[in-house]
Design a binder for this molecule. Structure first.
Ligand SMILES: Nc1ncnc2c1ncn2[C@@H]1O[C@H](COP(=O)(O)OP(=O)(O)OP(=O)(O)O)[C@@H](O)[C@H]1O
Ligand SMILES: [Mg+2]
Length: 402
């Protein structure tokens, strides 16, 4: 573990001098700096993302210490605040914990107390960093499900159909928990595909995103009879903007810790939330139809992700949808134009069977063997099936095309 970085906030020169002296005696700790006012501390915490622990004097101002703790907890959930109190008793501890602090410490602590409180707080902060996922942060020791983000090169390429089908296919395996997330915040329409009615959505998790518990998820998600659990997009599109990047990170991290597979329908219109999913995903698949406007749209989408530093084009895989041998544009040509890797399997057209399945609310029983087989193979290629099916070898695009 790198040295624990500690910030001290307080205007009492004696207190600062005491801590400065004590901190040098501790090994494994690096005092970052000192801030005299709560505003200074807030600014430092917001800009220096490597601070692990902030020690806050209870007398700090102008923003009172407990409000400052609350603000830090909201802005930097992976930074642990510890309050320095003249009297350390149960009520001081309760008030501090209620504000979101990780503990209290006497303003004149023993070396032992200081070391142990700082270590515990830092351990928690680093655990939290991993939990909310920083992309560069390593996985938590515990469970971390596979996150697959799917996006459409443009409207109507079948990304929702594929996301729904993949989630059904993945959930059909024994002992695999699967969650389907509708992050098409403007036009999420998974309820009509899965013929479900549910009043809860991702909007209900935003305010609690930093502290999601199992019961909260159970309340927010819809449990589909065929296996997957579903987190819907907000019913009112204007609430889509409330799903910030941080909230998305926290919600996806919470889902990953509880499901083996998390499949996200990012739609076509990129938002802060969908870009975050693209950034965090283990695999990103882009549905593309074999026509030139769509191939160009796919290139634009991948260019956007790359400029936003969410995902490099080498890490994106395209899935050709409604692909048949009759199409003028065949997979090899499409791959060349796109400059992207393609899944070996393409999704064949299945207009009648899909129409029937949607009208009957039975998407888990699409009566088209070729389509179902293709979905299963794409699920395998995206690493949703365990164990992964052996590669049959051969060229690409063998399976879907009739
Ligand atoms: N392989 C397919 N063969 C035939 N029709 C398909 C196929 N995949 C999807 N469709 C149909 O195309 C239409 C659009 O599909 P879908 O909603 O999945 O696309 P989308 O990319 O999610 O669209 P949107 O941009 O609206 O989110 C639907 O009517 C669906 O049934
Ligand atoms: Mg869709």
């Amino acid at each position: 573990m790198n040295d624990i970085r500690v910030l001290l906030g307080g205007d009492d020169q004696e207190l600062v001098a005491t801590f400065r002296a004590v901190m040098v005696e501790l090994t494994g700790f690096e005092p970052v700096s000192f801030g005299r006012t709560s505003n200074e501390i807030l600014g430092m915490v917001a800009t220096d993302h490597d601070i692990d622990v902030v020690l806050i004097d209870e007398n700090i101002g102008p923003v009172p210490a407990h409000d400052l703790v609350r603000e830090i907890a909201m802005r930097r959930p992976n930074c642990a605040a510890v309050l320095l109190c003249t009297t350390v008793d149960e009520s001081a501890l309760t008030r501090a914990l209620e504000a979101g602090a990780r503990g209290v410490l006497s303003r004149q602590p023993s070396l032992e107390d200081l070391e142990s409180r700082l270590s515990t707080a830092a351990e928690w902060a680093r655990g939290m960093s991993r939990w909310i996922g920083g992309g560069h942060v390593e996985a938590v020791g515990g469970r971390r499900g596979r996150l697959i983000a799917l996006a459409g090169a443009k409207g109507g390429t079948g990304v929702t159909t594929l996301a729904v089908q993949l989630s059904l296919a993945a959930a059909a395996q024994r002992d695999r928990s699967v969650c389907l997330v509708d992050l098409d915040l403007q036009a999420g329409d998974i309820p009509s595909y899965l013929d479900l009615v549910h009043r809860r959505s991702i909007a209900d998790l935003i305010d609690v995103a930093g502290e999601i518990t199992g019961p909260m998820l159970a309340d927010a998600l819809f449990t589909h009879g065929d296996g997957p659990h579903v987190l819907l997009a907000p019913p009112e599109a204007e609430h889509g903007e409330d799903v910030t990047s941080l909230a998305t990170r926290q919600i996806l991290a919470a889902l990953r810790s509880r499901y083996d597979i998390v499949i996200v329908d990012c739609g076509t219109f990129m938002t802060e939330a969908s870009i975050t999913a693209v950034e965090l995903a283990d695999r990103v698949a882009l549905t593309v139809m074999p026509d030139l406007p769509c191939l160009r749209a796919a290139k634009r989408m991948v260019g956007l992700w790359s400029r936003l530093e969410a995902r490099k084009s080498e890490d994106v895989i395209a899935v050709l949808t409604r692909q048949s041998r009759k199409n003028e544009i065949q997979p090899d040509f499409a791959a060349r134009i796109l400059g992207l890797a393609l899944t070996k399997t393409t999704i064949p057209p299945a207009f009648r069977a899909l129409e029937k399945a949607i009208n009957n609310g039975s998407l888990s029983r699409v009566e088209d063997d070729g389509f179902r087989r293709a979905v299963l193979q794409v699920a395998g290629e995206l690493g949703m099936l365990a164990p992964e099916p052996a590669d049959a070898g051969g060229g690409r695009a063998m399976t879907g095309a009739p």
